[in-house]
Design a protein around this ligand. Structure first.
Ligand code: COA
Length: 141
């Protein structure tokens, strides 16, 4: 079955997202009290692009953007069995075509850097500052 892509659905099914995130090592079972709203960050994002094999969610990405000059990529993930087929490349292409005048930023792991370099990204030299998320660390009751 060919892979189809959607940019008209932000409320991706929580169970399918949890499957993808668990495989990627991003889902902490200790923090499962949030599973019923697992798609909330997607719903509240500016853009969500997803890849489907029939009814099976096989990849996704979400973007926070002002839609004009600056866009930030989050949660790009492709199911293992579907990797190295160009799905992530296509997901990013869909995002970029939505906001062609924008710059694109993301934070990633060192081992994923070669993938993004193939997509035309370069290392950002300025410091990135942050505070931890109480939601992600389970410190919100
Ligand atoms: C990173 C990830 C999204 C790539 O998905 P994918 O659909 O396999 O990527 P593509 O098929 O579009 O790959 C495009 C190119 O990058 C290469 N590539 C893919 N993953 C790579 C990796 N981890 N390291 C180096 N190169 C990689 C592919 O071989 C391909 O090269 P080619 O054009 O020379 O053939 C996927 O491996 C994944 O979901 N990883 C776990 C989640 C993650 O870490 N996401 C990044 C969050 S910032």
């Amino acid at each position: 079955m060919p892979i189809t892509y959607r940019d008209d659905l932000k409320a991706l099914p929580c169970d399918q997202l949890i499957r993808l995130f668990t495989e990627a090592g991003w889902h902490d079972e200790k923090n499962s009290q949030w599973d019923f709203v697992f798609n909330a960050p997607f719903i509240h994002s500016t853009l969500v692009v997803s890849a489907w094999n029939g009814d099976r969610l096989v990849g996704c990405v979400r973007v926070l953007s002002d839609t004009i000059v600056r866009s930030v990529i989050y949660d790009l993930v492709v199911e293992k069995a579907y990797r190295k087929q160009g799905i992530a490349t296509h997901l990013l292409k869909c995002c970029k075509s939505k906001y062609p005048g924008s710059e694109w930023l993301l934070q990633t792991e060192e081992r994923i850097v070669p993938f993004y370099e193939k997509q035309g990204f370069t290392r950002f030299s300025e410091p990135v500052m942050y505070t931890v998320s109480p939601t992600m660390t389970g410190k919100i009751e």
